[in-house]
Ligand binder design. Structure first.
Ligand SMILES: *Cc1c(COP(=O)(O)O)cnc(C)c1O
Length: 374
């Protein structure tokens, strides 16, 4: 499908050649000399990966852990936050379903309470409604939600959280690889490889700031996270890799590192500007098609463009567009239940153009959307 106009980098993007070459090359090498030797040959590159991700996030290499998904990263961090009865966990209205379920479950187990920070009139987290006190142990902040173009403010939330000693866990799954995250302040960050970063599926990363690691209690640990020092003794690592397990898919990890390098080489500021440009063109074009309603919230907007049609259900519209060689997806209410319920939406069509989509392709996609709803 070389004519495909690919508008689903928020779902699972298209990896560039250096990523694919890295993954396939390593798998081939494993068939020649076995997985252990093949990994040993790449030891320096794997080690350098921590610095590459540190460059991507503007953090220290000691603050980076590799995982196999954003959810795995998020859970590793979340489960490590000590909670007791009466503690408060704050989430935003655009909380992701995969985070909400473990939050509700742990709240039920510990007696902690879950509260939703209201959004302001523009749809982003309302800083005036934060209502913090020292019972707030964690703020789960989604940077860019899965179901729309909103970009939540981060540094102001974290500054407020610091005043009461609450931790901020940033879900940067939809911002990593499309926005420059280097100036952001947070305690922990979870991201995936396959979305805007254009890495392989089954990859992710976690950032845990050195300053907060001591306050966390990693739940899943093994002989990579720690050292067995005596019959009844062990010692855990003193960097973020305490959140990793020993086994991993080395080919995919090398692919993830290649993807991060690729983004850094292109320039995070360049990518951010290009994605914003494509999304703006798409959003404005959609808004002028009769019967289409653009659903994006937020004062600042990302590369995620969501819309509904008056006449064609979202799933049907997605299928019609696929037949016209335009790849979009549908975001359903279960992914962001609070926000979708509040807005009375069951589903929205989601189009997420990366920089590799040309402005001409955006215009062609718009023409095909308009044909599909006629
Ligand atoms: C996709 C997504 C996730 C989950 O990422 P995985 O890599 O599938 O675990 C988490 N949060 C948001 C906002 C997402 O869009």
């Amino acid at each position: 499908m070389s004519d495909l106009i690919f508008l689903d980098s928020a779902g699972s993007s298209i990896p560039p050649a250096p990523v694919v070459d890295e993954v396939i090359g390593h798998l081939k090498r494993e068939t020649e000399i076995g997985g252990y030797r093949a990994a040993a040959e790449r030891r320096d590159d794997l080690e350098a990966g921590y610095s590459v991700l540190a460059d991507l996030f503007g953090c220290r290499p000691t603050e980076v852990a590799f995982t196999d998904s954003a959810t795995r990263s998020w859970l590793a961090a979340f489960d490590a936050v000590p909670l007791e009865a009466g503690d408060r966990i704050l989430v935003t209205e655009v909380e992701y379903g995969g985070n909400a379920i473990p939050v509700l479950r742990r709240a039920a187990e510990t007696g902690a309470v879950v509260e939703v920070i209201p959004s302001d009139i523009r749809g982003q987290v309302d800083l005036d409604a934060l209502n913090l006190d020292n019972r707030v142990k964690l703020i789960s902040l989604v940077h860019v939600p899965t179901n729309g173009g909103l970009v939540n403010p981060v540094n102001d939330v974290t500054a407020a959280a610091r005043e009461v000693g609450a931790l901020v866990l940033l879900d940067a799954c939809q911002s990593t690889g499309q926005l420059d995250l280097r100036g952001l302040d947070y305690d922990m960050l979870a991201c995936t490889g396959r979305k805007w970063l254009r890495g392989p599926r089954g990859t992710g990363a976690l950032v845990v700031r050195d300053e907060v690691r001591e306050r966390l209690h990693p739940r899943l640990v093994d002989l990579h996270s720690g050292v067995w020092t005596g019959l009844n003794e062990y010692r855990l690592r003193d960097d973020a890799r305490v959140f990793e397990l020993w086994e991993c898919n080395v080919a995919d990890r090398l692919g993830m590192i290649a993807a991060a390098r690729y983004a850094l080489d292109r320039g995070l500021d360049v990518i951010e500007a290009e994605v914003a440009d494509r999304a703006k063109r798409l959003r404005e074009g959609l808004a002028s098609i009769p019967g289409i309603t653009v659903r994006d919230l937020g004062e600042r907007q990302s590369g995620i463009v969501t819309f509904t049609s008056r006449d064609v259900p979202a799933m049907e519209l997605k299928d019609r567009l696929w037949d016209l060689e335009v790849a979009v997806t549908v975001s359903q209410s279960g992914s962001t239940l609070i926000d979708m319920t509040r807005r009375g939406l069951d589903e929205v069509v989601r189009a997420s153009p990366h920089y590799f989509v040309t402005p001409e392709e955006i215009d062609q996609a718009l023409e095909r959307v308009s044909r599909s709803v006629r």
